[in-house]
Design a protein around this ligand. Structure first.
Ligand code: PBG
Length: 322
């Protein structure tokens, strides 16, 4: 018997029939940057076609995203003031709190509002935790993370997404949410977050680059895989409902392994550097942009991701690219 696998590739209909991986708008989450310092919107220099929005324009943008049928947005804030302790992340009327309230007022449950919960955009030193004697201290940071999480939950966030990589933060956030009666608030933990060069464009967008040192004492070493599994296991034990792995493309092996091992939904975050790398190559005509985007998103799904955070979410749905 001659085996000819090409029989199943000869035309689009048969290819569609036997396709193993599906990707729809229901799998996507769109990141949104909300900047308290501006009145309109500003393109992000390191991320072509991505913008920072004022609170009002962010809400308009989220409406468009909801109208497209995309199930969720994740919000990042750029505050007016920064300090040592990131107090503007949890003070009354914080930029993200305002945005969540407005989205919920106008859209209710039409879209899931996910609030990134971290300090780096709010601290003058740009680190994701409190700094003492040049070190990022864990347990004091937890108290601040609890305040931020509670502030966003009170504003109506559906999901709190801690992205700081402090130890025991999921437990700390779960405890405060339970204590204050927010038993339905979902925690999506950035469980396996590597110290990656691919966050570069985001740090320009969110003005969150560390002013000294780097994030290697809290984000994971790219050489490790079992450590990622341990982090995910701990976060699930501590009360995470959803698990995120990032950056997605360099971590397809981690996504794949996590999907096999754990029974919680796994998300891949296709981060800013993955976005800007393809945008830049496409601009130089080195690659076909639309095909590259499609390939990247399907490969994250094929690796085992149940959902994907991507800066292309709005465009791929609008232009029916997937
Ligand atoms: C905040 C945070 C970062 C990203 C998501 N949340 C930046 C960082 O850790 O430096 C990166 C997202 C991206 O690059 O698209 N801690």
């Amino acid at each position: 018997m001659i085996i000819r696998p090409r029989r199943l590739r000869q035309n689009k209909k048969i290819r569609d029939l036997v396709a193993e991986t599906t990707l729809t708008k229901d799998d996507l989450i769109m990141p949104i940057f909300v900047d308290e310092n501006i009145k309109d919107k500003k393109e992000i220099p390191s991320m072509p076609n991505q913008y920072r929005f004022s609170v009002d324009l962010a809400v308009e943008e989220v409406k468009e995203i909801a109208d497209l049928g995309i199930p969720g947005v994740i919000l990042f804030g750029i505050p007016k003031e920064k300090d040592e302790y990131g107090t503007s992340a949890y003070k009354k009327n914080n930029v993200i709190e305002k945005t969540i309230r407005k989205i919920k007022d106008e859209l209710g449950d039409e879209i899931l509002v996910i609030a990134d919960c971290c300090l780096c955009e709010y601290t003058i030193h740009g680190h994701c935790g409190i700094v003492k004697n040049g070190k990022i201290v864990n347990d004091e940071t937890l108290k601040i993370l609890q305040k931020i999480a509670l502030n966003y939950a009170e504003a109506g966030a559906d999901v709190i997404a801690p992205s700081d990589m402090m130890d025991r933060r999921v437990r700390a956030i779960r405890e405060i949410l339970e204590k204050e009666g927010f038993t339905d608030t979902i925690i999506m933990s950035y469980s396996a977050k590597y110290a990656s060069s691919f966050y570069g464009p985001f740090r320009v967008a969110a003005e969150s680059a560390p002013k000294f040192g780097d994030r290697r004492s809290y984000q994971m070493d790219i050489r490790n895989k079992r450590e990622a599994i341990k982090e995910i296991e701990l976060d699930i034990e501590e009360g995470a409902d959803l698990v995120l792995i990032k950056p997605a493309l360099p971590c397809l092996d981690i996504i794949n392994e996590a999907k096999k091992r754990f029974y919680v939904p796994i998300g891949g975050y296709s981060v800013s550097g993955e976005y800007s790398m393809i945008e830049a190559a496409a601009k130089l005509n080195y690659i076909n942009r639309d095909e590259a985007i499609r390939e990247v998103l399907y490969s994250i799904k094929r690796a085992g991701a149940d959902f994907i955070i991507t800066y292309w979410a709005k465009e791929v749905v609008k232009r029916e690219l997937i």
